[in-house]
Design a protein. Structure first.
Length: 373
């Protein structure tokens, strides 16, 4: 390979490295600071006050929901779901808070540049999450509009404020906001790593065997080591929070599906609300499995293309020693898979297992509700 070709390869490598760096939307970074998940949250008194205030509000909302459930003497399943939700939310927050330095370092590695499509997608997702209280409010107004004629104007305003707006906002802060945004952060970082790995694979595919010499192979391995470091950091940061996310969404989804299956159509407002909540929690779990599962898929594809191109190069130059060590370095490396504390392995095939488990426990919950009634 000529000097000019090698210099072009190096310049392409530098360009590719720039694409790896990633910038989150400003609104998302504000949430991370307010939640206390990055080091900037402890920069001064104002920053500390904001994340402490945010945490107290979220904690009070969760405690209020649990208290209401117990005071209303609701069924045991509802009490267990509320307590589980409160415990998982607090566990997620404390795990993310404890790993704030590592998360800050990962975000700094990905912050110098951005992909407009990714930024637009994340911004739209945040908009949808923040609109959930409004969606739930509109849904409840539509389902309960038949009872409004019973109230005077003053009573109607009181009903809207005390029975619809305030409970929806509290429920949103207690059960939806933190899990949804942490899920979005985890998924966006996983997809960005997968995108970088796929870019490396495409580069290998477009290089001819003649150009795929030891220097190019070493350059690819060097760049891949950067994303390997990020993946190790992601496993370190999100291993525990992601497990609590799965637990929270699974338990809540099972409860709402069981409720939806046992309630008669005369209570269609309960059925539609349960369907909405089940869909949101199911999407969160599926997003975790799909995004984290994209990492081993991308790595396996990179290994195959690297091995195939190196093998073609070997047959072409008839030099058995050239690049053998580099090829072995990539191909023989253990497969990396993101996990939830090594309890749950995040692969895309796990989605089917999750659906089967979800349906099984939903039917069990339905049987329990039938016996109680």
């Amino acid at each position: 390979m000529s000097t000019s070709q090698h210099s072009n390869g190096v310049s392409n490598s530098n360009s590719e490295l720039q694409h790896f760096e990633y910038k989150l939307p400003r609104l998302f970074l504000v949430f991370l600071r307010w939640a206390g998940f990055v080091e900037e949250s402890d920069r001064n008194f104002k920053s500390k006050f904001i994340w402490i205030f945010f945490y107290v509000i979220q904690l009070l909302a969760s405690a209020f929901m649990v208290t209401v459930v117990f005071l209303q003497r609701q069924v045991l399943e509802k009490m267990l779901v509320s307590v589980t939700s409160l415990a998982c939310n607090q566990a997620i927050w404390h795990c993310m808070r404890y790993k704030r330095k590592t998360l800050t370092a990962v975000l700094q590695k990905m912050q110098l540049n951005h992909l407009p499509l990714s930024k637009l997608t994340i911004s739209f997702s945040i908009f949808v999450i923040l609109c959930m209280p409004i969606i739930i409010l509109i849904l409840r107004v539509y389902l309960e509009h038949s009872v409004f004629w019973r109230y005077s104007l003053g009573q109607l305003i009181e009903y809207f404020v005390l029975h619809l707006i305030i409970p929806n906002c509290i429920f949103f802060l207690a059960d939806f906001l933190l899990p949804c945004l942490v899920t979005l952060l985890y998924c966006s970082l996983c997809f960005r790593c997968s995108k970088f790995i796929n870019n490396l694979t495409n580069e290998i595919e477009n290089i001819s065997p003649q150009q795929f010499g030891p220097c190019v192979q070493f350059d690819i391995l060097k760049r891949k080591s950067k994303v390997d470091d990020v993946l190790e950091d992601l496993e370190n940061i999100f291993s525990k929070p992601s497990l609590f996310l799965i637990m929270l969404n699974f338990v809540t989804c099972v409860y709402h599906l069981g409720t939806m299956l046992v309630v008669s159509w005369g209570y269609r407002h309960i059925i539609i609300e349960s369907l909405f909540y089940s869909a949101v929690h199911f999407i969160c779990v599926t997003a975790v499995f799909w995004s984290a599962g994209s990492v081993p898929v991308a790595l396996n594809k990179l290994n195959r293309f690297f091995y195939r191109k190196a093998h073609s190069r070997l047959l072409l130059v008839c030099n058995t020693s050239e690049g053998r060590k580099l090829k072995r370095e990539l191909v023989e490396k253990p497969e990396f898979v993101l996990t939830g504390c090594d309890v749950i392995v995040y692969r895309r095939s796990s989605i089917l297992a999750f659906v089967g488990t979800l349906l099984t426990y939903s039917i069990i919950t339905m049987d329990i509700k039938d016996k109680n009634h």
